[in-house]
Ligand binder design. Structure first.
Ligand code: AMP
Ligand code: FES
Ligand code: ZN
Ligand code: ZN
Length: 324
């Protein structure tokens, strides 16, 4: 297998691009894809300060590295979710990467700063962990961007993530979500601009990027996400992609080109009018925002270990408030 560009030995084949690349040309390919996504979707302007939401996984670490390589000022923010060994390993990977590059990373620990963790929140609210997890991450990253004067928040969502979300939204005809599914969400009413510069790269490509760049990322997926729908949609798309390379890319980008605008009116209807949360000042449609309500409900409750929750015994167990 030879590199399509230099005819040297190739290290990766990209069937959907009908190309093979050596290490150097693959890294250039990744930089070019990210630069193209940023320009085509008008994601980040010159001089913008970027806050990267860092999870310690391959996508967000590759994203941070790529943005710095492309010349952007990019700071990292990591949220410690308190999901047992998984969170410990992701913190370590994030810190090690930032230190190795001399990049600014701030850590926010849910238990240390807000008195709860995700397994406990899931047990108390009796909802899937991803709901309090996603909400906490969004709230804290948005506030960090506002407080730190960042122009834009970047997350590591890749082509596989976006195509799987699109498939889920189409299968259930969630028209409001379809109207908002874009690689850029503009700044509005106190929410920062949000961008997904990895939308032109697949999971396999961000993993290969990390390996070639010597970035140590946490390989394990979150133990609480096991069996969720999103993972099943990814598998379904991978099955199709295996016999028809390029399908995932076409599904997502043709949707953006040809269909997304048709759903915008429904997305606009779904947006309530916003005012500042009376506790924290973040924009919300209620008097107190969902994050502050969650903190009030779950903080200082006796911690529920992730192992107990995974065994299905955590939800519904007595959850007593304890004094800190
Ligand atoms: P996920 O929802 O786990 O697929 O993650 C999607 C993106 O959210 C990642 O690529 C990161 O940019 C961001 N993210 C996930 N987990 C964290 C975390 N613990 N702290 C900060 N950002 C995160
Ligand atoms: Fe949020 Fe797993 S990372 S529940
Ligand atoms: Zn080459
Ligand atoms: Zn609030």
């Amino acid at each position: 297998m030879k590199c399509t560009v230099c005819r040297g030995p190739a290290v990766i084949d990209l069937r959907r691009h009908n190309a093979n690349f050596c290490g150097d040309h693959f890294l250039k390919f990744c930089r070019d894809q990210v630069a193209k996504a940023i320009i085509q979707h008008d994601m980040i302007a010159a001089g913008h300060r970027v806050l990267v939401a860092v999870s310690g996984g391959k996508d967000s670490l590759a994203l941070w590295d790529l943005l710095v390589e492309l010349g952007y000022e990019a700071h990292g923010r990591y949220i410690g979710l308190g999901i047992g060994g998984y969170s410990k390993a992701s913190t370590a990977a994030s810190v090690a990467f930032a230190e190795s590059r001399g990049l600014p990373l701030r850590l926010i620990d849910l238990r240390g700063e807000y008195g709860y963790d995700i397994p406990t929140a899931a047990a108390v609210t009796r909802r899937v962990p991803c709901s309090s997890c996603g909400m906490s991450k969004r709230h804290l990253i948005d506030s960090a961007a506002r407080d730190g004067g960042f122009d834009v928040v970047a997350t590591g969502h890749n082509l596989d993530d976006e195509a799987a979300v699109l498939l889920g939204n189409v299968l259930h005809w969630h028209t409001g979500y379809l109207g908002r599914q874009a690689p850029v969400l503009p700044e509005r009413d106190g929410f920062p601009r949000k961008v997904k510069p990895l939308v032109r790269l697949s999971e396999r490509e961000t993993a290969a990027y990390c390996v070639i760049r010597g970035i140590d990322y946490i390989v394990d997926e979150c133990p609480m996400a096991e069996g969720n729908r999103h993972l099943r949609y990814k598998e379904a798309l991978n099955t199709i992609e295996a016999t028809s390379p390029g399908t995932k890319h076409a599904f997502y980008f043709e949707f953006l080109d040809k269909a997304a605008d048709r759903f915008r009116p429904e997305a606009a209807v779904a947006q309530d009018s916003l005012r500042p949360c009376t506790v924290c000042g973040s924009p919300t449609s209620a008097e107190v925002c969902a994050f502050c309500r969650l903190v009030d409900r779950v903080s200082d409750v006796e911690p529920v270990p992730v192992e107990l929750l995974r065994a299905g015994r955590g939800r519904g167990q007595s959850t007593r408030k304890v004094s800190r």
